[in-house]
Ligand binder design. Structure first.
Ligand code: UFG
Length: 328
């Protein structure tokens, strides 16, 4: 298939592009390189452009004529979305509309969308399945929920079909060591913990110790980025074989607390880095764990790296490689 991947130079997108290339698909990446890197695009061609520019999208789609689009390009940090909501509505809703408008005009009817567990807000039941109420508690989650709605309405009104994957906490790095989280300003827990172990930060903040969880810190379902990548290929296969529009959770179905992640990071790195307890961070739900049975049963997706030590181990190998690259 010919597949256009927006945001394909970023952390998750680059892992998916690698899997697509290996599977023999013809890939074009469209990325503004605001958080991604051209070296991370291991297959296909890279077009540097901003999805705010509808005419540019038209030119790209007209030239490449994709059979399907995978849409990663978005702003993704919960905390930033609390401070700068307009950025999130503009990038995640406005730009998605631009892309969909062009996709419709050119008859591209298969679409895989990056959604998020943040659409659930504070779920009543854990693990949470896709039928749970959509009640986001931050602009990031709200912007992604809006994207899902738009996709649903477009599918209702045409032959357009989509799979929206609701990602839980994506972490780890390519086991071959070629790719990983390279965005220096990433605020995600595992990246932060490893950068602290590496000496880039003096101490790691543990945000909130009074949550209603077993040890007072937030619980998340950490999924290895390569397993998330294979879920995208499974979603494409689903659409290619005539499957209908679906929204599916993407996680392993069990959670770890912030403290457990910190302890595991210390064990994996062998470094007893400093961590300190501080106030809750705005916009954080206490626990997010996926019920991913729909993805497994509908597409046959089988994760291969459901192991926190492996996730952190691959991320640690990548952090050390990044440091070498920066100091070379
Ligand atoms: N945390 C810390 N210290 C840090 C960084 C994070 O204690 O330095 C805590 C957070 O408060 C949170 C947990 O670690 O409780 C995980 O935080 P991340 O920033 O790693 O990830 P989030 O859970 O905030 O968000 C991520 C993605 C979202 C997605 C969400 C779904 O960024 O896109 O997972 O589970 F919606």
């Amino acid at each position: 298939m010919r597949i256009l991947v927006t945001g394909g130079a970023g952390y998750i997108g680059s892992h998916v592009v690698k899997e697509l290339g290996r599977a023999g698909h013809d890939v074009a990446v469209l990325d503004d390189l605001s958080t991604g890197n051209s070296w991370a695009v291991k297959y296909g061609s890279l077009i540097v452009g901003d999805l705010a520019d509808e005419q540019m999208i038209e030119r790209v789609v007209d030239t490449f004529r994709p059979d399907a689009i995978i849409h990663f390009a978005a702003s993704i940090q919960v905390e930033e979305s609390m401070r700068n909501p307009l950025k999130y509505y503009r990038n995640n809703v406005g730009n998605t509309l631009n892309l969909l408008k062009v996709a419709s005009a050119f008859g591209v009817s298969r679409f895989v969308y990056s959604s998020t567990a943040a659409v659930y807000g504070i779920p009543e039941t854990i693990p949470v399945d896709e039928s749970a109420p959509i009640e986001p508690i931050n602009p990031y989650g709200a912007s992604k929920a809006m994207g899902e709605r738009v996709l649903g309405h477009l599918a209702d009104s045409s032959d357009f079909r989509f799979v929206a994957l609701r990602y839980f906490n994506v972490a780890g790095a390519d086991p071959d060591g070629e790719l990983g989280q390279a965005y220096q300003a990433s605020t995600h827990l595992i990246t932060r913990a490893l950068k602290t172990a590496r000496g880039e930060f003096e101490r790691l903040a543990i945000y909130g110790t009074d949550y209603p969880t077993f040890d007072g810190t937030c619980i998340r379902d950490y999924i290895h980025v390569s397993d998330l990548a294979s879920a995208h290929l499974a979603a494409l296969d689903h659409l290619a074989s005539g499957g209908g529009s679906e929204i599916m959770n993407c996680g392993y179905g069990r959670g770890y607390s912030v403290r457990e992640v910190v302890e595991t990071a210390k064990r994996v790195t062998g470094i007893d880095f400093q961590a300190f307890e501080t106030d809750r961070r705005d916009g954080d739900p206490p626990a997010l764990v996926a019920d991913s049975s729909k993805l497994r049963s509908l597409t046959g997706w089988t994760p291969r790296h459901d192991d926190l030590e492996f996730i952190i181990g691959t991320a640690w190998a990548w952090e050390k490689r990044l440091l070498k690259r920066m100091t070379a």
